[in-house]
Design a protein around this ligand. Structure first.
Ligand SMILES: [Zn+2]
Length: 577
């Protein structure tokens, strides 16, 4: 299937292009949000359920972000020093208290990051260097890791050490007492050099379960040596919330310095474990944006922060919660990952309604199917288009686009008929609201096309078995009375077609230059027909303030792509009206 292979290649080349669109703020997606008239007052929790934090619990919380260090250890994620600086600035704007920038003793790229970030003024956050206690064979002065930490020139250093006897004897191969020495003199040395030290007790919960006295001894040593925070780490992510509660309470009684929690998500408990720890009186919570991290990831700050502020009434960010979705999208883009639509609070589907009953109810009062107001985290309500929605769902959707239509208007029947017909052909308008709006406007007779296609041709040529195929497209379009005929090459047939179409139209519509293709997806429909199957192409496009999806369906992947591309451009030009 050479055509499909070519399309996959094109997809890759677009992915590489995505850097150009990094500045698209995702909050701008709400170009035409629905405007439900009902008040949000009814979202307030029932008095019986309202959580009133105790005086001790009202201690100011510290949000400690480790996206740039632990998050960067996720499979498929690689940040350059420049990427890290941009993310650090974004995290600072969000109002996190600490940004763990990297491990300068283990990663030369991180040394570069600390050099760069020093010259950039941050408003809220303190940048932190991360590293381990000295090696048993080195003195503190000769230990390259401790020296690299000092050279990073941060006010605060987070130092991790071993808590679990198994790790001390089997991984480090040293005695339990020797490990206590490493902890004590590494911290004391950094304190002597004028640095604040946070101590990460690695594998704390596993260590405590194996040998509680030794685990507590490591912490006592760190406190005596001058560390200002004791971070209890669930490094393997295997601890349950009730164990976290019990152990945190014990440490709380034993330890006079404030505690923190660093949880991994191997049992999908990282967010729950972090919240339970905070409820037990811990003041610092560590995590990453979108929960990215090694294996199953870290505790997700995009869930922890809104849970703290909206459910537990614990202030975490200084009035910046409504920027959360934007920051989540920014990190996804820089990490070049596919966004997780279904992510709580910040995912595109987190407040999306599809069922007819849901749509109808939510339009009357959003609290019927939304646990919080999406605007609080910078998200928005979406109504998905589907025949499940029925006549009233469709009318609600039409209303959301600002078109007033009575239930018995003749055009409504026509539009439902067109929609059902399209869906039976394999079109799907969830995620393709740009195409839906165009279809609706065409059915209502209110659409004026910005251009007319007179024809296109796409050629893919491969001259040698191991050679790269060349793709070239020519497009002929009519704008008003002018006919434009252009050719362009591309990284694949789809890319060539896209280039040729824009080249032809940019002369008439210079604003098309700012449109970027953000995503391109191909799905084979009715798979039993092999290469004769229909394909559905979904394209996501964006400019500096908006994002929109469009769809095309055909047996021919180029034709399906053309439909989605042409809709994308029509939609952008529609926005101008
Ligand atoms: Zn970790």
């Amino acid at each position: 299937m050479p055509v499909i292979q070519a399309a996959v290649k094109t997809l890759d080349s677009w992915r590489l292009d995505r850097g150009a669109s990094l500045l698209i703020p995702s909050h701008a997606m709400a170009r035409k949000p629905s405007q439900p008239g009902s008040s949000r007052a009814s979202r307030e929790p029932q008095p019986m359920l309202e959580r009133k934090p105790s005086a001790q619990q009202m201690t100011a919380l510290e949000i400690y972000d480790t996206t740039l260090r632990d998050g960067a250890q996720a499979e498929d994620v690689s940040f350059s020093a420049e990427d890290k600086v941009r993310i650090a600035q974004k995290l600072d704007e969000l109002g996190v208290h600490f940004i763990e920038g990297g491990w300068p003793g283990a990663n030369p790229k991180d040394i570069e990051f600390f050099r760069m970030i020093r010259t950039i003024p941050l408003k809220h956050a303190d940048v932190i260097a991360f590293g381990s206690t000295r090696k048993a064979s080195n003195t503190v002065r000769k230990d390259p890791n401790l020296q690299a930490l000092l050279a990073a020139e941060t006010k605060t250093i987070t130092l991790f050490g071993k808590t679990w006897s198994l790790h001390v004897t089997d991984a480090l191969g040293i005695s339990l007492n020797k490990n206590l020495e490493l902890i004590a003199d590494s911290i004391a040395y950094l304190r002597e050099k004028g640095r604040r030290v946070f101590y990460d007790a690695e594998h704390f919960f596993d260590g405590y379960k194996t040998n509680p006295e030794y685990a507590l001894n490591t912490i006592r040593k760190a406190v005596e040596a001058g560390a200002e925070r004791m971070i209890l780490c669930d490094t393997n992510g295997g601890t349950m919330p009730w164990e976290i509660r019990e152990i945190c309470q014990v440490v709380q009684r034993e330890c006079r310095v404030p505690l923190g929690i660093h949880a991994h998500n191997d049992c999908e408990m990282a967010v729950a474990n972090s919240l339970v720890a905070i409820e037990s009186g811990i003041v610092q919570v560590q995590g990453t944006i979108n929960g990215i991290g090694e294996r199953c990831g870290n505790a997700n700050l995009c869930s922890i922060i809104p849970n703290l502020e909206l459910k537990m009434k614990r202030p975490a960010l200084n009035d910046r919660l409504s920027h959360l979705k934007e920051v989540s999208g920014f990190v996804t883009e820089i990490a070049n990952l596919m966004p997780n639509k279904h992510q709580p609070y910040v995912g595109d589907s987190a407040f999306a309604h599809k069922g007819g009953v849901h749509i109808h109810a939510v339009l009357k009062n959003p609290a019927t199917y939304e646990h919080v107001d999406p605007a609080q985290v910078g998200n928005r309500q979406r109504m998905l288009i589907s025949d499940y929605g029925g006549r009233s769902g469709l009318l609600d959707k039409i209303k959301a686009y600002g078109i007033k239509l009575s239930k018995d208007h003749s055009k409504v029947g026509e539009l439902i008929h067109t929609l059902k017909d399209r869906e039976s052909q394999g079109y799907q308008f969830e995620g393709a609201e740009g195409s839906f709006e165009l279809l609706m406007r065409k059915a209502m007779g209110s659409h004026r096309p910005s251009f007319q296609l007179l024809g296109f041709r796409v050629i893919v040529e491969k001259k040698q078995e191991d050679g790269t195929p060349l793709s070239e497209a020519t497009v002929m379009v009519k704008v008003g009375d002018a006919v434009e005929h252009t050719a362009a090459v591309g990284a694949g047939p789809v890319n060539a077609l896209d280039h040729a179409l824009r080249k032809a139209l940019e002369k008439f519509y210079p604003e098309l230059r700012e449109v970027k293709l953000l995503d391109y997806k191909v799905r084979v429909l009715a798979a039993n027909q092999g290469t004769e199957s229909k394909v559905r192409v979904l394209i996501e496009s964006g400019d500096h303030k908006d994002k929109w999806g469009t769809v095309g369906v055909s047996e021919n992947i180029i034709e399906a792509t053309w439909q989605a591309l042409a809709d994308s451009i029509e939609y952008k030009l529609l926005a101008k009206d």
